[in-house]
Design a protein around this ligand. Structure first.
Ligand code: ARG
Length: 465
């Protein structure tokens, strides 16, 4: 290659040469992988500096390469860079632009490198950043949950099993369940970061490179804490992306469960929550509507994130070692998942503090009916009755009350006594509050335990920040 200005132009560029137009259109990825430009340039800068320092290319060429790449980065950021579909991908676009700019020196950049280890490096850097941003997003949502829990610290609601009212709980306790799920999600993203944190560059096409390169210095410059140990694995491995997708899928599943609760709780049937005006939409024909679109979309987009995980796993499952072009298909699902996940975490964190709880309605749902049946059974246990017998007696009591169409709270002591002589006056003072505070065990819903859990949650967030 000698003509410097010509090299990048259509017919003589590395890929446009000889490729059928349809084949080229089919294989081009620059339309979306240009999103990796900053990582690609960072990787090339580190590689060029190392080549110069090791005397593999002239030091002056390395300096020119670095300067040229920095100019290209500025051009891209200013929107002035001309992306060319005929150059296939982000890597060739940048490399050809560099050669047009600095000539022969630019043609030395690809020494001791292949696009296979180059793209693996770019995708790892992208995944590491995405993991960090996901952890930030998760922390933001955890903060919003703690804020909403604190703003409604004393509020009582029915806890559910089978979506049937089960036992009274504190609203804050219910919200802190999501805090725990998200805490595990943050750990999963940190784990995915750890798996991505390994430099593939230096693996070449698959077997390593025949130059005295210094992989450790490239790793340090790019922020990797170690270099890959097997060149064949390094160019064909996308497990770290699977880990990221899996963490994202689990996080979205959690957000979707929260969304589902926001949706049902803001229905007239529940009436526990009121959505803020700026996070609810009306209907074009039904003036009374306040639709929970944000929560519905978060729930709906969860499917896309699951699909992206499945797309990646399926793409990988039949691949022989080492690099195969199929691997190019890792990018769109990855970008899509990031584009669903991060805005979902952000919008949910913005909406949560604006939800208003109808504490009266939630409390009366927890007080009415038969939610205290377990407490009545525990009351009899307190009087010495074995739990199974107490359970039986209270089951009959509840059946009786239901036949009378009465909630437990409307029964008289005489009615209680029909089912066990152990019942005394004090059974009439059982209520949602006493039921909650009786559950004074680590992890339970008693007010003191929840206050402590809130404090610990805040400390964990501060420690994690
Ligand atoms: N665009 C390609 C990808 O994303 C870059 C690597 C191309 N390597 C190759 N041997 N064709 O995977």
């Amino acid at each position: 290659m000698n003509g410097t200005m010509e090299e990048g132009k259509g017919a003589q560029s590395p890929t446009a040469k000889g490729l059928d137009r349809r084949a080229l259109d089919y294989s081009a990825s620059v339309g979306y992988d240009r999103r990796l430009y900053a990582y690609d340039i960072a990787g090339s800068v580190a590689h060029a500096r190392m080549l110069g320092a090791q005397g593999i290319i002239p030091a002056d060429d390395a300096t020119q390469i670095v300067r040229g790449l920095e100019e290209i980065r500025d051009e891209i950021e200013d929107g002035k860079f001309q992306w060319r579909d005929d150059l296939e991908d982000v890597h060739l676009n940048i490399e050809v632009a560099l050669r047009e700019r600095i000539g022969d020196a630019g043609a030395r950049l690809h020494t001791a490198r292949s696009r296979n280890d180059q793209v693996a490096t770019d995708v790892r850097l992208f995944v590491m950043d995405s993991c960090d941003r996901a952890v930030d997003g998760v922390r933001g949502l955890q903060r919003a949950l703690v804020g909403l829990a604190e703003a409604n610290a004393g509020a009582v609601m029915p806890g559910y099993t089978h979506l049937q009212r089960a036992q009274p709980v504190l609203f804050a306790h219910h919200l802190l369940a999501y805090f725990e799920m998200l805490d595990r999600d943050a750990a999963r993203f940190s784990g995915a970061h750890g798996h991505a944190d390994e430099l593939p560059l230096g693996s070449g096409a698959l077997a390593g490179v025949p130059y005295p390169i210094d992989r450790e210095s490239v790793a340090r410059e790019l922020g990797f804490s170690r270099v890959s140990r097997n060149s064949i694995d390094a160019v064909s491995d996308r497990d770290f992306a699977v880990d990221f997708h899996a963490a994202a899928a689990t996080t979205m599943m959690h957000v979707s469960r929260l969304s589902e609760e926001i949706i049902v709780w803001s229905s007239d049937e529940f009436g526990f929550l009121r959505l803020p005006d700026d996070f609810a939409t009306g209907s074009s024909i039904m003036p009374q509507k306040r639709n929970p679109d944000i929560a519905e979309l978060a729930r709906g987009r969860t499917g896309r994130v699951y699909g992206n995980l499945m797309a990646l796993l399926t793409m990988l499952k039949g691949l022989p070692l080492a690099y195969n072009r199929d691997l190019q298909e890792d990018k769109q699902p990855l970008f899509d998942t990031v584009d669903v996940l991060l805005p979902t975490l952000e919008v949910m964190a913005a909406m949560l503090p604006r939800l208003s709880l109808d504490a009266g309605r939630a409390a009366s749902a927890a007080d009415g009916g038969y939610l205290l049946a377990t407490d009545v059974a525990d009351y009899l246990v307190g009087k010495g009755m074995p739990f199974r017998d107490a359970h039986q007696a209270v089951a009959e009591l509840v059946r009786y009350a239901a036949d009378q169409d009465k909630p437990l709270a409307d029964l008289t002591l005489d009615e209680y006594r029909r089912f066990s002589p152990q019942f005394q006056e004090d059974v009439l003072s059982l209520d949602a509050r006493s039921s909650i505070d009786a559950r004074d065990v680590p992890g339970g819903t008693a007010s003191g335990r929840v206050a402590q859990a809130l404090d610990e949650a805040k400390k964990r967030l501060d420690g994690a920040a």
